[in-house]
Ligand binder design. Structure first.
Ligand code: ADP
Length: 497
């Protein structure tokens, strides 16, 4: 029997590992093409032409040109990075900027961000209409607010054109793409769209809100977060909209790139290891201590690799640190973010120079070494759509200690009595989001660590857990196929009741 033709999907995103990354979005967008290829889906991802993206392309071909694309000339390139097919919007007036894609050198949002990402979305809509013969997709999958206008352009400018099903994935509802109404004339949308059943949001423009309105399916990155965002507590002001679309909302948990994250052949480790050679982690622990200027010691070594923000609960850890040290644990932190949180961690490190150490910055290699050498990874997030570091922790025998929210709750099995007895516990999951709650979780971690056979069982259960993309890629592929076979009757743009 001949193999079924692959489904052709257009991905749309603002960042993609390893070309350009500010967070977990890039990891997911980077991992999906290979994972979906194994499910018979050919995923071509459209990215903005940042210098780092353009520099990484092989074989770029110009497949479309627009003399005036939101204020300047633009070309659409088809290219590859390794085996990954890409489409790149090369619009130098919008994207020829080095460094963080969203922020200028002073750390402020680029003032033309709405125009920059509207330009990306309209290019995607053109592809969805089949107007670029080089790639004619069957479905479009947009990621986060930066791509969320794709379904809105499909809706408002799609009359008489082919209508492709759309999926919008929310990687973090905290980032919604709100802009002042004065941007409106630059978005190339009809005035009728500046309305509550369109892009208008609290007097301004809501990119994510518009996408939620018109996408055929809305996914987020874990089943628990999919439920949380339907509530006032988790909905960040969009819960009523999300409840209205509840039938279209689902959660598909993120996977980890298990090729990049593999302790058996990780070039960043001082000593590689697998489930049979866990004691080799010792050399990595020594390398971590050395890298952070801590004296060698066998007491519990906790690590965090994170944006240093209130979302991630780092302020709770800073407040609990004296207690954590008094209880006998140590902590090393790699991250950047909020100045006040950095300062609190720095002060704690100054108080406990042999027990707490901090590295401000982004360092992929050091992050891997921490996973390979620390005993446990602390992820006390206030909310967490999925989270990736608990997954990499599981894969490296670095036991996750996590709050019971979002994807953390879906991916770590708490070491309660029954789970320990059944040998399925993989970490510590705690409920109380407070310094006291963090301290109690660390105390549980210390107690388990002191019981060597139990600790080893926790590590091994983590190493055995399925953290790759196989199951989740199959769920995305099934969703795509359902939408392509039968585009939802709701279709884009039913008016709000
Ligand atoms: P978020 O996307 O909310 O920041 P995730 O846990 O989903 O959080 O993804 C964060 C990703 O970025 C992970 O791959 C993590 O290892 C990585 N990361 C975060 N901070 C750093 C850092 N300072 N250095 C290296 N990697 C980091």
């Amino acid at each position: 029997m001949p193999a079924a033709a692959p489904l052709r999907v257009l991905g749309v995103a603002s960042e993609m590992f390893p070309l350009l990354k500010t967070g977990g979005l890039a990891d997911v967008v980077g991992a999906l093409p290979a994972a979906l290829a194994r499910c018979g889906v050919e995923l071509h991802t459209l990215l903005p032409g940042h210098p780092a993206v353009l520099a990484a392309l092989t074989g770029p071909q110009v497949v479309a040109q627009w003399p005036d694309w939101f204020g300047g000339p633009a070309r659409l390139l088809a290219a590859r990075h390794g085996d990954t097919p890409l489409l790149v919007l090369d619009a130098p007036h919008l994207h020829a900027r080095h460094g963080n894609p969203y922020l200028d050198a002073t750390g402020r949002d680029w003032p033309d961000n709405p125009v920059r990402y509207a330009a990306l979305a309209l290019a995607a809509a053109q592809l969805s209409w089949g107007e670029v013969p080089a790639f004619v997709p069957d479905l479009v999958h947009a990621h986060d607010w930066q791509a969320a206008l794709v379904p809105a352009y499909q809706h408002y400018l799609g009359a008489g054109r082919r209508r492709l099903p759309s999926v919008l994935t929310i990687h973090n509802l905290a980032f919604q793409g709100h802009f002042e109404a004065e941007t409106w004339p630059h978005l190339r949308l009809p005035d009728i769209a500046f309305a509550i059943e369109g892009l208008e949001y609290h007097g301004g423009i809501g990119f994510l809100k518009a996408g939620l309105q018109f996408a055929d399916a809305i996914t987020t990155v874990s089943p628990t977060y999919a439920r949380e965002i339907l509530t006032p507590a988790g909905g960040m002001g969009l819960d009523a909209m999300l409840r209205w679309r509840a039938a279209a909302v689902s959660g598909i948990v993120n996977g980890l790139d298990t090729t990049a994250w593999s302790p058996a052949d990780d070039p960043h480790l001082a000593q590689r290891y697998d489930a049979h050679t866990l004691p080799r982690r010792e050399a990595n622990r020594r390398a971590v201590e050395q890298a952070f200027g801590l004296p060698p010691d066998d007491s519990l070594l906790l690590c965090m690799v994170s944006r240093l923000t209130a979302q991630k609960g780092i302020d709770l850890v800073a407040a609990a640190l004296d207690g954590i040290v008094a209880a006998g644990a140590r902590l090393v932190v790699l991250g950047t973010g909020d100045a006040a949180i950095e300062a609190a961690l720095r002060a704690a490190a100054a108080r406990h120079p042999t027990r707490v150490a901090l590295r401000i910055g982004y360092d992929e290699g050091l992050s891997h070494l921490l996973h390979g050498g620390a005993d446990a990874i602390l992820v006390p997030s206030r909310f967490e759509p999925c989270g990736l570091t608990q997954l990499s922790g599981l894969r490296y025998g670095c036991v996750p200690v996590v709050s019971r929210v979002g994807g953390l709750a879906d991916t770590v099995i708490d070491a309660n009595h029954a789970a320990l007895a059944a040998g399925v516990a993989t970490g510590i999951v705690f409920d109380e989001l407070s310094p006291q709650g963090v301290l109690q979780a660390v105390q549980r971690c210390l107690d388990l660590h002191a019981d060597a056979p139990r600790w080893r069982a926790l590590q091994l259960a983590g190493l055995r857990s399925e953290v790759g993309w196989r199951a989740s890629a199959a769920e995305y592929a099934a969703l795509y196929r359902r939408l392509v076979a039968a585009p939802p009757p709701h279709a884009s743009g039913s008016p709000l009741p």
